[in-house]
Design a protein around this ligand. Structure first.
Ligand code: ADP
Ligand code: MG
Length: 279
């Protein structure tokens, strides 16, 4: 990793979860963001604890991606505060975010099809020796360690091009890539949107394992079934406002759908069409 940053690749250690504490890893307070006349976020509060999967849900245009991009430093914001580990932070771009241990896996994944798994894992952060040669054995070893620590076991060769992987495997590589740098908060934007049933399960298991290892995870999804499978808590955004935080074990899909739509009956992925939508 260039730029003098001090983080080193470090596979998360399976079986030694960090204690879950009450101090929020990420805390967003009163965040407001406008694009011209569009108010994308209005006084949004949002928090993620270490060791939890916080789902972020809401209809199209609710402000989910904007909130994440503000946290990741892609967008500035008009007012409000972002705290990390209880301290206010000013994140001006992905490098600042990475320095804090915040990694985002965007929907398009940003993997290079023509490169192999190892090359993708170290893209832009390659390990080189004094003669600027790539340290291939070290990168291979670290890739293998990271994948195995995350129990990603279906990839036959880490030297195969990413183009030859299944959707679930690609998503797993993207997640592994994000967490191998001592990450503390991983944000996943619709990680299962393009996946089949078995692959979705594989990725959700991976999401749960990240939280078990003490990371904070933000899971953005349209699919309430996935959310109820993997999330600890659920934050609902509607029209740029946070309208509720629900504990997965104390709520129902109907209640969350109601918060998302405020009573406008809508078909939502993951809810049976015959299910009652509270009006
Ligand atoms: N770069 C942008 N320029 C102008 N308007 C934007 C931009 N990004 C998002 N918006 C607007 O902000 C609102 C929230 O969008 P977004 O955060 O993408 O919602 P979501 O991810 O929940 O679907 C929408 O009204 C959208 O049109
Ligand atoms: Mg979005």
């Amino acid at each position: 990793m260039g730029g003098g940053a001090s983080r080193r690749p470090h596979p998360p250690v399976v079986g030694s979860p960090l204690p879950v504490t009450d101090t929020a890893l990420l805390e967003v307070r009163g965040l407001t963001k406008t694009f011209g006349s569009v108010q994308a976020l209005a006084e949004v509060d949002f928090e993620v604890l270490p060791g939890e999967v916080m789902a972020l849900v809401g209809d199209n245009g609710a402000g989910k991606s904007t909130l994440i991009k503000c946290v990741a430093g892609i967008h500035g914001y008009d007012s409000g505060k972002v705290l990390f580990d209880g301290n206010e932070v000013h994140i001006h771009g992905p490098k600042d975010a990475a320095r804090l241990g915040i990694e985002v896996v965007y929907q398009d994944l940003a993997l290079c099809d023509n490169l192999d798994v190892v090359q993708n894992m170290f893209l832009g952060r390659e390990e080189r020796d004094w003669f600027f040669r790539l340290k291939e054995p070290i990168m291979e070893q670290r890739t293998a360690e990271t994948l195995s620590s995350l129990a990603v076991t279906t990839i036959r060769s880490i030297r195969q091009p990413v183009a030859s992987l299944s959707g679930g495997q690609r998503q797993s590589v993207a997640v592994a890539k994000a967490v191998q740098w001592n990450s503390r908060l991983v944000i996943l934007d619709e990680p299962t949107a393009a996946l089949g049933v078995a692959q979705t399960r594989q990725v959700l298991e991976l999401v749960k394992r990240l939280a078990e290892q003490g990371l904070g995870v933000v899971l953005i999804s349209h699919n309430l079934h996935d959310i109820f499978e993997a999330a600890t808590r659920i934050t609902v955004l509607r029209l740029g406002r946070d309208v509720g935080v629900y504990e997965r074990e104390k709520t129902t899909q109907q209640e969350v759908v109601h918060a998302i739509t405020a009573g406008i009956p809508t078909k939502v992925a993951g809810v049976a069409e015959t299910g009652t939508v509270v009006s």
